[in-house]
Design a protein around this ligand. Structure first.
Ligand code: PEP
Ligand code: MG
Length: 753
């Protein structure tokens, strides 16, 4: 086998993809290429459909061409299905005698008994299988296997794109009419708390576009219809953009503007007009041109480009919808529960501004920033692994209980009534306001600072109404995440100033950019990292990109003029890093002073304590930093080596693990003994079963999401320091998780008492 040449050719396929007229051509070229270079009589590509758990033969060199699209195998069936199910290469010399061999009449593979099947995957996602066959006198050798495995891994990327595009050309599937049998109750994972009872709407963009295009194949749409549709689309987008800017000024500046820009792009509309003039029906012309653009964007490895493809798709759906329907409703999603497989941050913002009731994310793991964003948008969200949810007919009543992570499909009246009772018992903002005490104190009268975590400026409403003691954590990354490029110093200043002005005389803690990990800046993080949580992220990223860092620091210092300003650095792992970051602040202060620009010259400078590396140096850090803010979300993740976003290991994510508790105690001791302010801003701060422990080790400043302010205040008020200290002492003496669990108080919800 000429493996080197083969690898070169395959990498060329990526380029071919950009020019290829159709995906079939691409796959056919792929199988021809591999067959030729490997000297195999047969080379086939099967693609996998995870919803149907089925493989379909999509291209073949050597088998009966008529079998393409017809030969289908369930996952695990036949040697090919087995290779994918077990995600391992299968190589046999006498395939037809293997117990798992599956015979298909008429495809003529029985002549080729030497068989090699390699699964094609992207990460953990199953994509398909690459199969080589030849006669039994020419078995495949270990070098053949190695070469084919490399080819398969390259094909993963290309095929992912191909699959996406192919869907558009497939005949539209009939919309689901019946609820899949047995689908009544789904236990998912809560991503953002809340409750909704509303009709379902499955958001499958690819399917929507196909359905719209074939909406009425007999109807001919003219150029004039197209121009009308463009005008309607433009005014809808302008309207949405206005709404979103009003509601989410910090986050959403470009969400719909990107669509408007594409719509105004002469090349885009010009190509569509050209096709219509050449006789293509207008909806199809839009879909074809959009598909061409998407193909280009998707062929890129960059996440930013992939998000662009998402924009094009959204725009195409809106345009075709405006062409084929007279329905003027710009907010088709309003008051629906959206079921979807893919969710970009920009999608979440769009759906929220369109008035969606709740979201069910199927299959995909949500990155933590998606959950945090959903929480800030007060969008109930559940993550579920049940693909059948995608087959729920639109309009089916759903009940989402995102407090428990439960989804009820077409629930009976009894279930619904129970939830209404609970819903009525939930406290409104007004109720909470009445219940909040002006100052947070323990049962024995010790004053505790209760601060708010702010992700989006919308969080400020609840935080200010409930009169929190300040902002303990402002996650500055959100305006960065949802934009299409780094926000300028001026843009950042405007956002930061709004935050500062809403908290007069109260401490406001800015955390500098915590990008990377799962908080991806799609326009920057092009390179796929093997372990993004351990990669070029957070303060490392800022120190490597000093100009971006300095711009942010300047914007913070300017916005913080006259305020009680605190700046903290995320993911600090060494004193050297802390010094380097502090130096950037000092230089920026000098520079602003020289330039005569108003700014805060004396911000408190602190750090997130969220890496185990800090623990042994805690005293040294405490002498240098003005304050510590403990980020338990990452601290637990790194102490226990448990991915905070991976549901499969959620049971191992134990805030009450003895090592976590002892680490928290060590950090608290170091801070308190060295005159370093101490606060806690990770989720543990609002998980009320830990409130007595945290008070017991000396924490007197809690920073929580605004929705948790009341419950945290009440949990603190119910605890006396004396009892808390005794409990903490006992908990710290235990070395087994189970002994600590037995000591944990129960988690409380806010009460009206
Ligand atoms: C933390 O890690 O606990 C924290 C507060 O930061 P984030 O959740 O933004 O990583
Ligand atoms: Mg963190």
């Amino acid at each position: 086998m000429d493996s080197e040449r083969l690898l070169y050719d395959i990498s060329e396929l990526n380029h071919l993809f950009r020019d290829s007229a159709s995906v079939e051509t691409l796959l056919n070229k792929g199988v021809d290429m591999v067959a030729e270079r490997t000297g195999a009589a047969v080379c086939s590509i099967y693609l996998y459909n995870p919803e149907k758990r089925e493989l379909t033969l999509r291209a073949t060199h050597g088998l009966n061409p008529e079998s393409v699209g017809r030969v289908r195998l369930k996952l695990g069936r036949g040697l090919t299905g087995q290779a994918l199910q077990e995600m391992r290469t299968i190589c046999v010399s006498d395939a037809s005698r293997s117990p798992n061999y599956q015979f298909f009449p008429g495809i003529f593979e029985e002549r080729y008994d030497a068989f090699l099947a390699v699964p094609i995957a992207r990460g953990l996602s199953k994509m398909g299988v690459l199969v080589l066959q030849r006669d039994s006198d020419h078995c495949f050798s270990p070098p053949d296997i190695k070469a084919l495995e490399t080819v398969a891994s390259q094909l993963g990327n290309i095929i992912e794109n191909a699959q996406f595009i192919m869907g558009i050309h497939e005949p539209p599937e009939e919309p689901a009419k019946a609820i899949p049998s047995g689908l009544k109750f789904i236990k998912g994972k809560k991503a953002a708390e809340g409750f909704a009872y509303a009709p379902a709407m499955v958001l499958d963009k690819q399917k929507s576009l196909t359905l719209l295009v074939h909406h009425d194949d007999s109807k001919k749409y003219t150029l004039e219809d197209f121009h009308h549709a463009v005008a309607r689309t433009e005014s809808q987008l302008e309207q949405l953009q206005e709404q979103v800017e009003h509601k989410l000024s910090d986050a959403a500046s470009l969400i719909f503007a990107a669509h408007l820009m594409i719509l105004k792009d002469r090349d885009f509309t010009g190509k569509i007009v050209g096709k219509i003039e050449a006789g293509v029906n207008a909806p199809e012309a839009v879909a074809e041109v959009a598909t061409g653009y998407m193909r280009n964007f998707l062929a890129s490895d960059s996440g930013y480009m992939r998000e662009k493809a998402n924009d094009i798709e959204d725009l195409a759906i809106r345009l075709v919808n405006n062409l084929v329907s007279r329905d003027d409703d710009v907010e088709a999603h309003r008051d629906h529960i959206i079921i979807t497989r893919v969710l970009f941050p920009s999608d979440l913002l769009k759906l929220s501004s369109e008035g969606v009731s709740a979201i069910i994310l199927v299959g995909g793991g949500a990155t933590s920033h998606i959950s945090i964003l959903a929480r800030s948008l007060a969008m109930p969200m559940v993550i579920a692994d049940t693909f059948d949810l995608l087959k729920v007919p639109d309009g089916t009543p759903l009940l989402v209980d995102a407090e428990m992570g439960n989804v009820f499909v077409d629930p009976d009246d009894e279930v619904v009534e129970k939830f209404w009772v609970r819903q009525r018992a939930r406290l409104t903002l007004d109720d909470q306001k009445k219940l909040m005490k002006p100052a947070t104190t323990t049962a024995d009268g010790v004053r505790v600072q209760l601060m708010a975590n702010i992700n989006l400026l919308t969080d400020l409403k609840v935080a200010t109404e409930l009169n929190c003691d300040g902002v303990g954590l402002y996650r500055t990354e959100f305006p960065f995440i949802v934009r299409t490029n780094f926000p300028s110093e001026a843009e950042q200043y405007v956002i930061y100033r709004k935050l500062v002005e809403s908290m007069p005389d109260k401490p406001v803690t800015f955390r500098t950019l915590d990008a990377g990990g799962d908080k991806i800046l799609s326009y920057y993080h092009d390179i796929k990292e093997q372990n993004p949580a351990l990669g070029m992220r957070s303060i490392r990223f800022s120190l490597q990109n000093k100009s971006i860092f300095a711009e942010q620091v300047r914007a913070i210092l300017r916005a913080g003029a006259g305020a009680n300003l605190r700046i903290m650095f995320p993911m600090i792992s060494s004193l050297d890093e802390f010094h380097e970051a502090r130096e950037v602040v000092r230089e920026s202060i000098d520079q602003l002073a020289q330039q005569g620009i108003e700014h805060n010259a004396k911000p408190k400078l602190g750090m997130m304590v969220e890496l185990p590396a800090v623990v042994d140096l805690a005293e040294d850090f405490a002498r240098e930093a003005d304050f510590f803010s403990i980020g338990t979300n990452d601290l637990i993740q790194f102490l226990l080596a448990v991915d905070r976003t991976n549901e499969a290991v959620a049971d191992f994510y134990q805030p009450h693990h003895p090592s976590v508790l002892r680490t928290l105690n060590r950090i608290a001791r170091a801070a308190l003994e060295n005159d370093c302010d101490l606060s806690i801003c990770g989720d543990m701060a609002h998980q009320t079963q830990y409130t007595p422990f945290l008070l017991g080790i000396g924490v007197r400043m809690f920073s929580v999401d605004p929705i948790f302010l009341l419950r945290t205040q009440q949990a603190i008020a119910a605890t006396s320091i004396k009892d808390a200290e005794a409990l903490a002492k006992t908990m710290l003496s235990k070395s087994r998780v189970s002994d600590i669990v037995a000591l944990l108080p129960t988690q409380t919800t806010p009460t009206s008492q």
